[in-house]
Every structure is written in C-alpha cells, then in structure tokens.
Design a protein around this ligand. Structure first.
Ligand code: TRP
Length: 332
C-alpha cells in the first residue's frame, strides 16, 4: 500500500516537473514577435492617414511596433511591378499577416498569399474587386475595412450648395477599380434623381489638367470619387477648376483640405484605426478572416472648406455652416 502511494507520488511530481519544463520551453516561441507586412499603394494624404491609423489601432490593442510586433512597411509608389515584388517579399519572409492599403495592394497580396490572413485597409468594393466571396462571410483568408463613401449624402450636399445646377461633372481614373466602382454607383444615383451627370475619365495625371479644364468649361460643379490618382493630384484638378470658377466636391476629408469645397466624409484616420483593431483581433486569435464581416461605415462627417468657397464666391448654405460648426469641421 505505502509503496504504491509513494510510486504515484513520484509520478505526480514527475508529471508536474515535465509539464513545467514543457511550458517553459514553449513560452519563448509564443512570445516571439509576429511580423506584419503593410503594403500601401502610394502616398497621398488619405492613404497616409489610413497608415497612421493602423499603427494607432494596433497600439491601442497592445501591439507596440518594434517591441512586441515587427512591421515591414512598403510603399509601391503606384507601380504595379512594385506591388508584385513587395507582396512576394512578404510571402518569402513568412509574414504572419499582411495589410493592403487601397485596392491594387490588396489584390497583389491576395494573389501572392493564400495561407495567412490578408487584411483590407480601406477597400471600396471588396466583393467587386474579387477579394472576398461575400462581404458578410468572406469565407477565405481575407477580410477588412471598406471606405465606401456615403454617395447619397454627398450628392444631397452638392444639391444644397448648387440649387441651380444644370450639369454635374464626375472625373475619375479609368484604371482605378475603386473609382470606377463609385462612378457606376454615382451614375445610378444621379439617374434616379434626374441629375444630369457628365463623365470625364483620365488615364493618369498627365491628362488631368486638360481633362479638368474641359470638364470645367461644360459643367457647374465637379464630383470626384475616392480615386487614388486624383487624391494625389488635387492641386492640379483644383487649379484647373479654379480658373473657370467651378467648385470641386470630392468624396473624402483630405481632398476637401486640398482644395475641395465640401463633403460628408468617412474619417480616413479612423478607417485605419478600425483596420488596426481588426488586425489585432486576428493576431490574438479572437477572430478569423473567414467569419469576420467586412466593416463598413455608413455615414460621413461634414467638412467644409470656407476659404475655398469664399475664393469661388460660393455661398455656404446657412444650415450647412451651422452643422459644420456644431458637429463637423471647417477649413479656414
Ligand atoms: N478606396 C480606395 C481603394 O480601394 C483607397 C482609398 C481610401 C482612397 N481612401 C481614399 C482613394 C481616399 C482616394 C481617396 O483603392
């Protein structure tokens, strides 16, 4: 009897010691820093704000870059071959997770990486871009945040500014999937509301001055979707439109700051913060891409560029000015 107690005692002690040894051995591995790759299409104020927001979102969730997480940040300078090389680099270095900022980056990552999570940082139309099967149930290794703009709120705002508008112009880059997706939605909306919309497209920034001048000579106002090329060249567009005293109504806050008149915008920085939070949940194993719905923001915040409106001699409707003062933003 006593002997068998002694033996079981020894066995218990042994198991406990072995157990500790096992966990102790595994601990350093668990603590090793996850590597995440961030691929940004190009620099323009909106994408830069999204990038900064992502870092903030990760930090809020306890991930300090350089301390307990390694971030490999790459900027493709709007070059397709860079997108490919950089995605391959992330794959080769076995990044634990990658984030694509803007549609072409996300598409390049999706093509290269199929066995690790890919997070969408501000992609207008994830399903239309072929990135997920379903926005509610993505199904694969990809999920993320959409920056789809509140187009109808934006259109109503333009109508308030321009009650006598006869023709509205829209200008977009023909190779930008995100801009084209919004161009199509906006066209539908204008048709429903009997607004005469005239479309102008550019191939790249080299066309912008000429096409913008042409548009400005034919329309009463110009709308710009979330177009990566134009977001990086607002000065060119606004310069051409100013010459004809035609207001530009863009789709995001950063583009209003760069010379647009007004919009209802989804906060670009907050889009990044949301992307960073989703990334953290996935890194912690709290969520899986396949079952995490794409996050959409349905409403925008009013932002008005008072300086630009004054310069154009455009009256800001009183109700709009009040709303911007109370819960929006005014650029002076
Ligand atoms: N939605 C764009 C895309 O999918 C990226 C983007 C986010 C953007 N915010 C923007 C483009 C603001 C222009 C302006 O590619």
């Amino acid at each position: 009897m006593k002997k068998s107690y002694a033996i079981s005692g020894v066995i218990v002690v042994l198991l406990v010691v072995l157990g500790f040894a096992f966990f102790a051995q595994n601990k350093p591995q668990k603590q090793s820093k996850p590597t995440i790759g961030i691929l940004q299409l190009m620099s323009h104020p909106a994408l830069d704000a999204i990038h900064q927001g992502i870092i903030k979102g990760l930090e809020d969730e306890g991930y300090q870059p350089g301390k307990n997480i390694k971030i490999d940040f790459q900027n493709a300078q709007n070059d397709q071959s860079n997108l490919k090389t950089m995605s391959a680099k992330f794959k080769n270095e076995n990044a634990d997770l990658t984030i694509g900022i803007a549609t072409p980056s996300a598409q390049a990552l999706a093509n290269a990486i199929t066995n690790k999570p890919v997070i969408l940082g501000a992609i207008t139309d994830p399903k239309g871009a072929g990135l997920v099967k379903n926005n509610e149930k993505p199904g694969g290794n990809i999920t993320g945040v959409s920056d789809q703009a509140p187009l109808n709120e934006q259109l109503q705002l333009i109508k308030k500014f321009m009650p006598h508008m006869k023709t509205l112009g829209i200008i977009y880059t023909s190779s930008d999937d995100s801009a084209v997706a919004q161009y199509k939605m906006f066209t539908k909306l204008c048709k429903q509301q009997k607004i005469n919309l005239k479309a102008y497209s550019i191939a790249n920034t080299n066309d912008l001055t000429q096409v913008a001048a042409q548009a400005a000579s034919k329309v009463d106002a110009i709308y710009v979707p979330t177009d990566n090329t134009i977001a990086g060249a607002m000065q060119t567009l606004v310069g051409a439109a100013n010459k004809a005293k035609i207001p530009v109504f863009p789709s995001v806050d950063t583009m209003v700051k760069d010379g647009g008149v007004a919009t209802y915008s989804i906060d670009q920085y907050q889009l990044g913060v949301a992307t960073g939070k989703m990334t953290a949940d996935i890194l912690k194993g709290k969520a899986k891409p396949s079952t995490t719905p794409i996050k959409f923001f349905r409403h925008g915040k009013l932002i008005v560029n008072e300086k630009q409106a004054k310069m154009l001699g455009l009256k800001i409707p009183a109700s709009i000015l009040k709303e911007a003062q109370q819960k929006g933003e005014i650029v002076k």
